[in-house]
Design a protein around this ligand. Sequence first.
Ligand SMILES: Cc1cc2nc3c(=O)[nH]c(=O)nc-3n(C[C@H](O)[C@H](O)[C@H](O)COP(=O)(O)OP(=O)(O)OC[C@H]3O[C@@H](n4cnc5c(N)ncnc54)[C@H](O)[C@@H]3O)c2cc1C
Length: 443
Amino acid sequence: MKDTDVLVHGGGVGGLALAVKLASNGVDVAVVEQLKAESPSYKGELLQPKTLQLLDALGLLDEILKHGHTFDAIEFNELERRENDEPIHIGNSKMDYSLLFSPYNYALMIPHEKLKKIMLDKAREYSDHFTYIQPARFVGFEEGVAQIKYTYDKTYEKMSAHIYVGAEGRNSPTRNAMGVHSESKTYNHHFLTVTIPRPPEFQKGKIVTTNHRFLGLFPLPNEKIRTVFLIKAGAYKALKQEGIEYIHQAYKELCPELGDYVTQLQSWKDIQLMIPTMYHVDHYVSDNIALIGDAAHAVHPMAGEGMNLAIQDADVLGQLIVWMKQQPTWDMSHLQWYEKVRRPRAQFLLELSHLSALAYSFPYRWWRQVRMKSIVQMEKDPVLHVKQMLNISGLGRWDNTILDRAIQIGILPKRNKAINEEEQLSYFFERTEDYPWEKGEIE
Ligand SMILES: Cc1cc2nc3c(=O)[nH]c(=O)nc-3n(C[C@H](O)[C@H](O)[C@H](O)COP(=O)(O)OP(=O)(O)OC[C@H]3O[C@@H](n4cnc5c(N)ncnc54)[C@H](O)[C@@H]3O)c2cc1C
């Protein structure tokens, strides 16, 4: 007799999404979470269309819409700085979610801890199937059984499950126990991130760049805005020495409409350093253990995918486990289906995010010209535009060809051909691609 069907190590967005999916479908699930309260540090807040679709299917979207801020476009402004004068605009473009033929043709910003609370409250509605163990840590396996350490009295307990899921984020003891391999990549830049107030009319996402600077602006509810400012790797301490005025000045110059708002930021204490990294483990599944979310992969934050990959992993793994429980016996070889579906998709988005990061990684003038051209072409060429939005949305996949790349950097002219609904929809993931085991053709 097992203590539970599924034991999830880590109650972040990935672990909680999995718990809702399993418990709501009658699978017994326990989540072990080490934190005893909300985390004070910033994490992902941007939900992409596919994630919104999945959260809708879990009955969470109404609550998420109530506490989130939706937008359908991200503007790109390129500025030229001038000595002793205001910068001038030299390029404006826009990436538009609304051209996707889907009811989920928008993105949503929500405070990370609020999203977790909505998920946890939902999981608790299925109390016959859901157990939340907090604060406690998964510390490793002993004779194939999970060892849990309770934080308050430092005692240990063993918990057995049919399936164990590592959802502990970047430092994953489950991943260590599985002995999987991954190599980490770092970047020549870091980010400063902080939430500040915004004017009510600031409603859409915006990315403002110069030769040397990058400021990402993503509106949150309650007239707040998440800001992400690129700095050179290792420059954090020196910038801090310049005082909070450095941030006031830089933000004002890049986005004058935030000038009166950024000055409400009083101290560097509110600003978090974010160090981007990229890794992808070589396998997600080993016997009856699976990895989801940041335990399996970390993605550069440029395309806003990290949280989305975790929730999308949880959906596919959850759907598979529900199906496995309905079979006469627990056959762990079926877990490979999860890896087959999710690993290539995550790899694709890791590469796409990496490419977007490279666009902002070098301060050379010619590099900026290529970047500007590439963004303008992406907006103006309907094929490039649809591909970009579809790929980041997670709703489907439409690979770029050599022709696309040539158009993107301006070697070839843009196309005028519009993409009709039927053509676009043919690149959306179908149910049989998300959940291929349901076709009944199990090898
Ligand atoms: C500053 C910052 C900004 C980001 N911005 C974005 C963004 O805009 N969009 C986006 O999509 N993504 C973003 N990300 C990435 C995103 O936050 C992560 O990809 C996402 O949270 C991964 O979810 P997860 O559930 O896999 O892991 P996590 O969110 O890391 O959750 C893991 C959970 O496991 C718990 N845990 C860890 N070890 C143990 C243990 N041994 N036992 C029990 N519990 C344990 C942790 O306390 C935590 O609650 C950002 C990340 C950071 C750090």
